[in-house]
Design a protein around this ligand. Sequence first.
Ligand code: ZN
Length: 252
Amino acid sequence: MPRIAVISDIHANLHALYAVMADFQGEQCDAVVCLGDVVGYNAYPQECVNEIRALGCPVVKGNHDEEVVNLEHTRMNPIARQAMEWTRSCLDEESLNWLRRLPLQRIERSKFTMVHSCLDQPQAWNYILNANDATGNFQRQFLPLCFHGHTHQPRVFVWDGHRASELQEYWQQLVMEGETLVPLQPGVKYFINVGSVGQPRDGDSRACYAIYDSDAATVRLRRVAYDVAGAQQAVLAVGLPEYLAERLGTGH
Ligand code: ZN
């Protein structure tokens, strides 16, 4: 089995995407999967769609991927909506159709499930912020491993057969050392948030993603430094809200 890079929430940040692609190529990953939110917030929506499509990898739909093709029904706040209208104006018809057709969830290689938010009501786009939130997901998770994104915060939730809990020590190590190794124990279900490539929100501005190695039964969460200033300048240059540039610098 190959090493699989698991990326999510690219959000049109081409600087971050290129840095993560270089990192997983350096780590000898031979496959990639993407958990959605390819577009929204940052300056390169069409370019990021092109790059993800060129990878030829499995992709599931994120809420921004849905909203950009469905703007008239948007529930977004004004800043997100302004960014989304600009995003839509950048995307060609073929890209919009590709985003429209993305599935909400997918089982990959009979090994793991991919979803943007969670497996119970994935179209409701609920945020899984703690172990209590994760409980409903585990009721719908039939494989030992499921990857998700959406909150832009890397987290490891586990189900021991009775209850859900969060393993916070991995996040602390990830911030300090730039990588954390999660060994997958038999008999335990894992629901792992791989963080965000293009707009981290856990106070660490570096891009985040995961590498799943099924032979070793491990998931590595990794942080990747990238040209944040370049991404911020691009956001401002196309006239997107200043706040969207600022938050790339703080990682919030
Ligand atoms: Zn997102």
